[in-house]
Ligand binder design. Structure first.
Ligand code: PMP
Length: 422
């Protein structure tokens, strides 16, 4: 396995195609994955791991789900791309409109980054304004306007803003503090009639998991409505994870535009953005805001997405919640027993244990985590065959494929590793 990383580094920057995979903040070398099935992944040496990364969220049914694979295989034989409309695109679009309350029309793209980049352009085109407000520590993909004080890998590697983003563009991205409505109000006051949109992860998942405080999301809704700005919920993580209709259904706050990715594609590259008809009609070819993609609505990705969403029903979320609660409670009990007072944020099937005793309600709170301790915890868990995200500032995901046996093994490993560390 060692040689693979060394060799990869000769051909691929850092040996990886997405930075956090390189284990930069936890040290050591990444495992190379050979295959996955259900809750498990297997590295190229054949070692088995219970996986809670789930490809960073999409695999809500676990790895290589039989129903999804069957559909992808069926469609694969008919051709992989046409660059022309297919019934599959229509079917997935209808499904999204049916499931996500604020979406009346939806456009498919190929990644979360592309979805958010396009949504921002649409918001600017629709309002005729240039400035946008985002929150420090929220990650919305790596397009230029959004790689400013970002979370996820940008935060992990200590470069939340990237060289290569022109200052002339970055100056249009205004930064507010998550869970602090006043910081948003102030920006609106200082930039009267200039703000196109506020974009937010309704549950932050890229500074670790940080929940919106009571009134934060509805406060953003009111501010945007009063100021003639659009509210964008980036539901790339929360979409189809918190509820069939995502965070907007869960918290009952409706954005103007929603961005989706991850679970929508069932493990194949898909993103989407959608919203009210009157806004979406501004997109080309109906309207003047241009956005396109050769592989957009790719048949394999659509097939995987449809099969994936078809399996999400009330009972699915009930069962997933039960499993998640069992695991989260197991972790909390472990901490109590070991007299550790670490902040633990969880909602439905996503969670994050922060190595800090301060309750984590903001980006600043998240930064008080002891990332060295997280690194030791991460490696301890990995050694015991539990795969977690190789960074403190990411989420842990439970899938429907996790069994009770997996959960018990994970709770036991969590206890043992924390005990060793204290
Ligand atoms: N938005 C959010 C909230 C995300 O978590 C991510 C990726 N983790 C993105 C956008 C970008 O998605 P992608 O990596 O598919 O481009």
């Amino acid at each position: 396995m060692k040689n693979l990383f060394e060799e990869s580094k000769r051909y691929i920057p850092g040996g990886v195609n997405s930075p956090v995979r390189a284990f930069g903040s936890v040290g050591g070398e990444p495992i190379f994955i050979d295959r996955g099935k259900g809750s498990k992944i297997y590295d190229v040496d054949g070692k088995e791991y219970i996986d809670y990364v789930c490809s960073w969220g999409p695999l809500i049914h676990g790895h290589a789900d039989d129903d999804i694979i069957t559909e992808v295989e069926r469609v694969l034989k008919k051709g992989t791309t046409f660059g022309a409309p297919t019934v599959l695109e229509l079917e997935l679009a209808k499904k999204v409109v049916e499931m996500v309350p604020s979406i009346e029309m939806v456009r498919m793209v190929s990644s979360g980054t592309e979805a958010v980049m396009s949504a921002i352009r649409l918001a600017r085109g629709y309002t005729g304004r240039d400035k946008i407000i985002k929150f420090e520590g929220c990650y919305h993909g790596h397009s230029d306007s959004l790689l400013v004080k970002a979370g996820s890998g940008a935060l992990t590697f200590g470069q939340p803003s990237s060289p290569g983003v022109p200052a002339d563009l970055a100056k249009h991205t205004l930064i507010a503090d998550y869970n602090d409505l006043n910081s948003v109000k102030q920006l609106f006051i200082n930039n009267k009639n200039q703000i196109a949109c506020v974009i937010v992860e309704p549950v932050a998942g890229n500074m670790g998991v940080v929940l919106p405080e009571e009134g934060f999301l509805s406060g953003l809704r009111d501010l945007c409505s009063n100021e003639g700005a659009l509210l964008i919920f980036d539901e790339v993580i929360t979409g189809f994870r918190l509820a069939p209709g995502g965070a907007q259904e869960y918290f009952n706050v409706m954005p103007d535009i929603t961005t989706l990715g991850k679970i929508l594609g069932g493990g194949l590259p898909v993103g989407a953005y959608g919203g009210r008809k009157e806004i979406m009609e501004k997109i080309s070819p109906l309207g003047p805001v241009y956005q396109a993609g050769t592989l957009s609505g790719n048949p394999l990705a659509m097939a995987a997405g449809i099969a994936n969403l078809n399996k999400l029903n009330e009972n699915f979320y009930y069962e997933l919640r039960k499993k998640s609660q069992y695991l989260w409670n197991g972790f909390k009990n472990n901490c109590r027993e070991l007299k550790l007072n670490y902040a633990f944020n969880e909602i439905e099937s996503m969670s994050c244990m922060f190595f800090t005793e301060r309750p984590v309600k903001s980006f600043k709170d998240a930064l008080t985590s002891d990332t060295k301790k997280y690194a030791a915890f991460f490696h301890g868990m990995l050694k015991k065959g539990i795969n977690l995200a190789p960074s403190q500032f990411e989420a842990m995901f439970v899938s429907a494929a996790h069994t009770n046996k997996d959960l018990d093994a994970t709770i036991k490993a969590h206890y043992e590793v924390l005990k060793e560390l204290t």
